[in-house]
Design a protein around this ligand. Structure first.
Ligand SMILES: Nc1ncnc2c1ncn2[C@@H]1O[C@H](COP(=O)(O)OP(=O)(O)OP(=O)(O)O)[C@@H](O)[C@H]1O
Ligand SMILES: [Mg+2]
Length: 428
């Protein structure tokens, strides 16, 4: 009997130990999975993962800075002006046409076509000829017309935050819908888009506004989903064309903090392939554009994050993507102009530092900047283009006088920077 009890006890003890071991192993493997989720893409450390998380939170928090004064937002009214023509991107061709074989082939070749720099501080004409045509005005106009008249049959996540949704139109094509948490965001996105048009920068996907009405045909099929998202009736949202097969873009070495910058005397510039140079050309437009709009949510945010994340430059740049053919696509411009101007004091030193690192420009972009500087009419021209192209411009409103003044001021400063670069490099 005793022997039986002892055996029974031993059996019970073994069972208990086995259970403890089982529970512990399960816990350990869960812990391991959890740790892996926190490590960086290159097998980085927990710290690195934490930094990424922190930096993302910091920028979302900054985007949520409440507006001190917003008299010019929703419902603001202004007089429509005459059309001011946007700068037409070189050769008004369909966006897709730029993927033609001839261009792609030439882009992959090493540079045999002479110096990439001309006239002291400009990218050479032969490079400009190889440049993607991007989203032409004609292409954008067609897309806007379609986006305004097509029924949305599905709304689902896939464009970042929950307040951005992928919309599928009845014909199966897609767009990103942005419902601004506050009016700054949709206004910033829209006005930034039209400023790019004015400057002839063709890297932003076409954009159209739409108003959410309970009884509108465009949104009828997704009414339940809209109320689930708690989007309010009457809100103005932006639609931007969904572009397939985009991938991330790392900031090129000459634009990183440790470099001397992107200027005509940069060592090894002439040894780069045409594809590498073409990417740099588009980056120079991006830097000028983000400076003018005070958009911190791209390269500038990386500079800021360097304080606690020394490897941030090795990762993809926020809100910048690339097509398989090498065209850069500037997405998510909602921090530009409105919000960017409101928090300017916080970011200005980073904006200036990034701008001062660039002394190479596209000739066409500098010509438009010079013209807007000379005529001091950036407010009038931006307003004219916006009201002419966007039927809901009256609903969304325009820049306050203060912000329109800041834009002109930044154009003037950019112009002076270009003149400074010419003085520095044209004599060498
Ligand atoms: N027009 C577009 N075409 C294709 N993909 C897009 C487009 N817009 C956004 N996306 C996809 O959605 C992702 C997030 O977009 P976006 O930056 O607009 O949102 P977000 O809420 O700011 O997200 P994040 O915080 O990651 O920047 C992009 O990285 C891209 O993968
Ligand atoms: Mg974004």
């Amino acid at each position: 009997m005793r022997a039986l009890s002892a055996n029974l006890f031993a059996l019970l003890l073994m069972c208990a130990l086995a259970s403890v071991f089982y529970v512990w192993s399960a816990l350990e493997s869960r812990l391991e999975r959890h740790k892996r989720r926190f490590s960086g893409p290159g097998g980085g450390s927990f710290r690195q993962g934490l930094s990424e998380d922190l930096s993302a939170k910091t920028f979302r928090a900054l985007l949520a800075v409440p507006a001190a004064q917003r008299p010019h937002f929703l419902g603001a009214r202004f007089k429509a002006r005459n059309l001011t023509e946007p700068a037409a991107p070189a050769g008004s061709r369909d966006y897709r046409v730029n993927e033609d074989n001839k261009r792609s082939g030439r882009r992959a070749e090493p540079v045999k076509l002479g110096s990439p720099v001309a006239g002291g501080v400009f990218w050479s004409d032969w490079l400009e000829d190889l440049l993607p045509v991007g989203f032409t005005e004609e292409y954008a106009q067609n897309w806007r017309q379609k986006a305004r008249t097509s029924r949305v049959v599905k709304l689902e996540p896939g464009c970042g935050r929950i307040s951005n949704q992928v919309a599928t139109f009845a014909d199966g094509t897609k767009a990103c819908v942005r419902y601004g948490i506050n009016a700054d965001q949709v206004q910033g996105e829209t006005l930034t888009y039209y400023l790019a048009s004015l400057l002839g920068i063709p890297n932003l996907p076409p954009l159209a506004l739409s108003q959410l009405h309970g009884d509108s045909e465009q949104w009828a099929a997704v009414r339940t989903r809209i109320s689930g998202l708690q989007w309010s009736d009457g809100a103005v949202v932006s639609l931007t064309e969904w572009i397939s097969n985009l991938t991330g873009v790392v900031t090129p070495a000459p634009l990183r903090q440790e470099s001397s910058g992107l200027h005509p005397a940069l060592e090894g510039l002439g040894n780069r392939t045409a594809a590498e140079l073409l990417e740099l050309v588009q980056w120079t437009d991006l830097i000028l554009f983000d400076y003018l709009t005070a958009n911190f949510d791209r390269l500038v945010s990386n500079l800021f994050s360097l304080q606690w994340d020394s490897r941030v430059m090795e990762r993809d740049t926020n809100n910048l993507l690339r097509t398989p053919g090498g065209d850069l696509v500037f997405i998510d411009n909602e921090a530009g102009l409105v919000h960017g101007f409101r928090v300017l004091s916080m970011w200005e030193k980073y904006h200036s530092s990034v701008l001062s690192s660039v002394c190479l420009f596209r000739r066409g972009t500098t010509q438009r900047v010079a013209e807007l500087h000379r005529r001091r009419d950036s407010r009038r021209r931006l307003l004219g283009l916006y009201t002419d192209r966007e039927p809901l411009s009256q609903e969304l409103g325009f820049l306050s006088d203060e912000h329109a003044g800041l834009l002109q001021d930044r154009i003037d400063r950019l112009y002076k920077h270009i003149v400074h670069c010419k003085g520095k490099y044209s004599q060498e």
